[in-house]
Structures are given as C-alpha cells and as structure tokens.
Design a protein around this ligand. Structure first.
Ligand SMILES: [Zn+2]
Length: 181
C-alpha cells in the first residue's frame, strides 16, 4: 500500500509477516519505504511515520514531493518514448533474425533492463531510452535470444554474439547505468 505524506511524498508501505517492528529505507529512486508488521493498517502506518519523522529526516535522504513529482513526470515521458520506439526496434530485429515473440510489455523495475517469459512475452525497461543505442540494442537481442534459450548457457551467449559481436563490451558498459528511473 502507498500512503501520501505532506513532507515525504508517496511512501511505499510493505507488510512483512515476519517482522515485529518498523523499518525505514529509501529506494534508489529516492522514495521512502516502510516495512511494517502484517497487522498494520493505513491509520497505524501514518502514526508510525509521524512518530519517526525526526529520525527519517536525520538518517534518510528522502526527496521532497516536488522532486518526486518531477521524477513521475520523467517516468511518463520515458514510458511514452519507450512505447513509441522499442516495439518497432524489437520487431526489426525479430524479422531480421527470425524470432517470434507473443507480446511486448514495459516495466520500470529498478533492477533489470529486460526479461523474457516462458510464454514468449518480452518485458523492456523504459530506462532503456536513456542508454546509448548499441547498449539498448544489446538488451533487445539478449531478450530475443532467450526465446530460444531460457538460460544463460554457452549456447545462449553464442546466439547473442552472432547478432551482436561486441556484446561483451556492451554488457560491461551497461553496468555503468541503472535501470531505475
Ligand atoms: Zn538474460
């Protein structure tokens, strides 16, 4: 659940069956997160937040709501750009190398650039719109190769390499970027 706070903006509240206390953390994008016991409702979560305001201010660099809004706006623009461009590029490679996928989805997960599920759905991170083209293409070719190999076996990498001979370099350079928006 998400609560909206005047000072901290949107706060993500995670219920944790195993925890008996409250824990605060900040996501890579600057959003405040609270881990709370399972029984916690909206009212209690707000009370925990109020009681810990001082501590959060001191220990956690939470972005203010204006920054949060700017981030949300950026996410919207990237999503639009990604939807306009990535399916077209993916289709181009699929045609060229004879791949068939069932559909494309978009994500904004902060941990991965893309994925390919066993039902042949390819997910692409909107953050790809912020990385250099050769690295973006590498991710698309990587996910397409998963249509034939659902693992990272030598055969998988050989297939990636056949379409992107510099994939090792691209993969290394991609590590300098974060998928999170
Ligand atoms: Zn992979």
């Amino acid at each position: 659940m998400v609560i909206v706070d005047k000072e901290f903006g949107e706060v993500l509240v995670r219920k944790n069956a195993l925890s008996s206390g409250i824990k605060f953390s900040v996501s890579t994008s600057g959003r405040l997160q609270m881990s709370v016991p399972k029984y916690t409702n909206n009212f209690l979560a707000k009370r925990f937040l109020n009681a810990n305001r001082e501590l959060i201010r001191e220990k956690l660099p939470v972005k203010d709501p204006a920054t949060q809004r700017a981030r949300d706006a950026k996410k919207k623009i990237l999503t639009k750009k990604a939807k306009e461009y990535l399916p077209y590029r993916l289709e181009y490679f699929a045609k060229r190398y004879g791949y068939q996928y069932s559909r494309v989805r978009f994500s904004h997960a902060s941990t991965r650039w893309g994925s390919c599920s066993s039902n042949r759905t390819i997910s692409l991170n909107i953050g790809l719109m912020q990385v250099p083209k050769p690295l973006q293409d590498y991710v698309l070719l990587h996910e397409l190769a998963h249509l034939n190999h659902m693992d990272h076996s030598p055969a998988f990498w050989a297939e990636v390499k056949s379409h992107d001979p510099h994939y090792k370099d691209h993969r290394r350079r991609l590590k300098a970027f974060s998928p999170g928006v």
